[in-house]
Design a binder for this molecule. Structure first.
Ligand code: 1CP
Length: 338
């Protein structure tokens, strides 16, 4: 089991280690990023089975030349988002030769350092944001409720949107390959805003680019004389696309809590995919009994046994549910002792 924590702020030691450093300063310091990655591994020793490198999906827009700041207690903010394809920044971003090997070098250093410190205790995940989700941030300028800007883009400027989505997908492949060279043992692509798209728009503006990444990363790794690593896709809210996602080369399909585990398993099993998910993070506000019930439903739904599934929350956990995380881990151990 591993807990997708995203807003890792729930650990008091996170705040201590972060101190007064700005969020992206922490990402850029391999020492701090590595310390923050290891904190839950140390705290929940023996209970979690995976670590995810401390970083953010928004380092790709930064590498593509956009400014992103993290506003304390609010989240990411782009002071100068992409406005329209006539915007000179669009041309600059499209024409820029993005060199992720150089510009995101601090991520690889953090990965290598973390692999050393993990010393084989648990595998290390590398990750990136999916093209659709990154495009959303680049035009919305941050998180959004209505997704007005990005909807304007896909409906008014579909070709320019697709050109940018393709460019982001190519950057993602290179970035993930570099993470594997540095020591990432499994990678995950986060499409956090997939659920904002209708089923047909998902097929047009997200799926092709998610597929591009999964089709191109393995050959790129081989070309770089690297081992091919398992790939996880998490398209939050895109429950309607489970079948399509199972037809991509991703090995693991991450599920949010809108899926019934048994129904998802019935689809994924036929296509040989592993499922990762999908407990409602909100259950951590409940009692131990409610956590146990959700965990049991999930584990039984995924076919039970000890193989072929990865227990996880269906999305990041919030910062005020620390104690019950141990409850979640214990419940999984109790239902499936190693
Ligand atoms: O938690 C960890 O240390 C793991 C590393 C990690 C990951 C995998 C972070 C650190 N961010 C992410 C992924 C990420 N970042 C996603 C995909 C997962 C998801 O859907 O949640 C997204 C959408 C982001 C963007 C982002 N960064 C948000 C969401 C804001 C919104 O638009 O709703 C937020 C709040 C951040 C900040 C952030 N990223 C990570 C941490 C620990 C934090 C909190 C920073 C802080 O307040 O100290």
């Amino acid at each position: 089991m591993w807990v997708m924590r995203q807003a890792g702020r729930y650990l008091p030691e996170y705040h201590e280690a972060k101190g007064n450093h700005d969020f992206f300063e922490c990402c850029r310091s391999p020492e701090i990023a590595s310390t923050l990655t290891l904190q839950p591994i140390d705290r929940f020793a023996g209970l979690v089975d995976g670590a995810i490198i401390f970083s953010d999906i928004l380092v790709i827009p930064q590498a593509m030349g956009m400014e992103v700041v993290m506003v304390d207690k609010k989240g990411p903010h782009f002071p100068d988002p992409l406005m329209t394809p006539e915007d000179k920044q669009y041309k600059e971003v499209m024409e820029r030769e993005v060199n992720v090997k150089e510009s995101l070098d601090y991520v690889y250093k953090a990965i290598t350092m973390t692999r050393q410190k993990l010393d084989g205790r648990v595998p290390l995940f590398g990750f990136c944001g999916a093209p659709w989700t990154l495009l959303s941030y680049m035009v919305e300028g941050g998180g959004s409720k209505m997704f007005k800007q990005v909807k304007t883009w896909v409906f008014k400027y579909p070709e320019e949107s697709k050109a940018l989505l393709q460019k982001i997908a190519e950057v993602c492949v290179e970035y993930l390959a570099e993470q594997v060279i540095a020591g990432a043992q499994i990678i995950q692509v986060f499409d956090s805003w997939a659920g904002e798209l209708s089923p047909s728009c998902f097929k047009e503006f997200s799926l092709p680019y998610l597929t591009y990444i999964a089709e191109h990363l393995p050959p790129r790794l081989k070309e770089l004389k690297q081992e091919v690593v398992p790939m996880v896709v998490f398209a939050k809210g895109a429950w309607y696309a489970l079948d399509d996602l199972c037809d991509t080369p991703y090995n693991v399909i991450g599920l949010d809590w809108l899926h019934d585990p048994a129904q998802a398993y019935a689809i994924a099993q036929k296509k040989g995919k592993v499922l990762q998910g999908n407990a409602d993070p909100g259950v951590l506000y409940g009692s131990r009994d409610s956590i146990k019930k959700v965990v049991k439903e999930m584990v039984d739904g995924f076919g039970g046994g000890k193989q072929g599934w990865i227990a996880n929350l269906g999305h990041g956990k919030s910062d005020d549910t620390t104690d019950s995380s141990t409850g979640l881990a214990n419940s999984i151990q109790a239902s499936h002792p190693l």
